[in-house]
Write a protein that binds this ligand. Structure first.
Ligand code: EPZ
Length: 417
């Protein structure tokens, strides 16, 4: 296991390049097997979720190779429709493979997906979407087996705007026969990126980013070179880091429109923010409590920034209420923040935070990806020394996290224990 050793209390200055979005790259990798021609994804982060997804593609018979930060995938020889449990259990996005594998091979077998333990994370809407498209889905002994003669376009109405279920339905329908309409679709920017990617391959998809997505199935998709959108959650994480530590930083390759909900909250807290093209500049301010944060599907406040925002709320003047509406157990970071001197009470999915002047160093342990990032931000802003253990969570979604923070002035280093 590895941990960070951090000496907190230093302001952040400088610039940081934002990676391509983890939650865009993963569905694009699933889409790569919809063609037997070469796919190249540029500026691809070498994070463990991507490496695991590449491992899954390898099991299917695809050839994948990193050249610098460009990842190429060739699936002409792909022939296996089964994803081993050991790999499927590593990541949530293994479930996206169902739609693309059954579209390519007309059958698929996969164990229930893994991913951060932030709630029940059912996949009923994924399976409902596939059944609507004419796919037979059998759940047996922890495995899901899918088969069909062909994918037939249909109307899919999602009970809730699930990101993954929207993406899986798009992946299954792209090569289907006829028109598929997804209603109550998720509107996340990563879904727009999936639409743009498949359309660049010759697909016919419209409406991503709205609640109604129309997919006209095509006979074939061709290879393409593509640069995914930047990671709005990584960008938000660094903006919150600056708001907590003080200083002034500039983000490069950061789209302001994808994090409007966070930018508004940071302005409420009294940060000064300017955004020009793909750069966002932030100067920290007095840290006045944001009062209320409620996570909701895009374009609402993103659940993936709930934990980092809570770390910031811990050192704001005044009280903040944070409500986590999407996942049942996404408060694992709270006991660890309390060890650092935070004043937080929890009732169900609602956290009541009373701001303190500063957190103090402590030895803390991450329980999931975004909670690990939140604890790291708390430690670099706290007075004194901290350690943050189990970096395997952070490594799932942030590339070069400690290098980027160190380049901004934080005293942080990784050690093996
Ligand atoms: C995606 O997860 C992201 N992961 C998550 O990011 C993100 O938190 C989440 O969307 C919400 O924005 C990837 O894209 C790989 P959902 P996903 O399906 O698709 C319920 C991170 O930290 N639901 O939109 O699993 C579910 O219980 C990760 O980067 C069903 O009821 O999220 C939840 O309450 C964490 N049935 C809500 O929908 C289903 O079949 C949102 O889940 C599917 C979901």
């Amino acid at each position: 296991m590895e941990k960070y050793i951090i000496e907190g209390g230093r302001p952040l200055y400088g610039e940081v390049e934002i990676q391509s979005a983890k939650n865009a790259v993963l569905p694009l990798l699933a889409a790569s097997i919809l063609t037997d021609e070469k796919i190249v994804l540029h500026k691809c982060p070498k994070i463990s979720d991507v490496i695991n997804m590449v491992g899954i593609l390898g099991e299917l018979g695809c050839k994948a190779e990193f050249v610098g930060d460009s990842l190429s995938i060739e699936s002409a020889d792909a022939a296996n429709h089964e994803i081993p449990a050991a790999l499927a259990k590593e990541i949530r996005s293994s479930v996206f493979m169902l739609g693309s594998v059954v579209s390519r091979f007309k059958k698929a077998k996969i164990a229930y997906p893994g991913g951060c333990d932030i709630g029940l994370r059912p996949i009923d809407l994924h399976l409902k979407g596939l059944r609507r498209l004419g796919v037979s889905v059998v759940e047996d002994g922890g495995y899901i087996e899918c088969s069909c003669d062909k994918i037939i376009g249909s109307e899919i109405v999602l009970d809730c705007p699930s990101v993954g279920a929207t993406e899986n339905s798009i992946l299954a329908a792209a090569l289907g026969e006829g028109r598929t309409v997804i209603r109550n679709a998720a509107k996340e920017p990563e879904i727009v990126d999936l639409q743009n990617f498949i359309n660049a391959m010759g697909g016919k998809i419209n409406g991503a980013g709205t609640a109604e997505i129309v997919i006209d199935g095509v006979k074939k998709l061709h290879g393409v070179e593509y640069t995914p959108i930047s990671d709005r959650i990584e960008a938000g994480t660094f903006l919150i880091a600056c708001a907590m530590c003080g200083g002034e930083i500039e983000l490069k390759n950061a789209g302001k429109e994808n994090i409007a909900a966070l930018l508004h909250k940071l302005c409420e807290i009294s940060c000064k923010i300017t955004a020009v093209n793909d750069k966002i500049y932030i100067e920290s301010g007095r840290r006045i409590s944001p009062k209320l944060i409620e996570t909701s599907p895009y374009p609402g406040f993103p659940t993936d920034l709930q934990a980092p925002m809570m770390a910031l709320a811990c050192i704001c003047e005044g009280s903040t209420v944070i409500v986590e509406n999407l996942f049942e157990t996404r408060f694992k970071h709270i006991p660890e923040l309390i060890r650092m001197g935070a004043d937080i009470t929890v009732r169900g999915r609602t956290a009541f935070i009373r701001g303190v002047k500063a957190l103090h160093g402590a030895d803390v342990v991450a329980g999931d990806l975004r909670g690990g990032a939140a604890l790291t931000l708390a430690a670099i802003s706290a007075e004194g020394f901290s350690t943050v253990a189990d970096l395997s969570f952070i490594d799932r979604g942030y590339s070069d996290f400690e290098y980027k923070l160190r380049a901004l002035g934080a005293r942080i280093r990784r050690v093996r224990i």
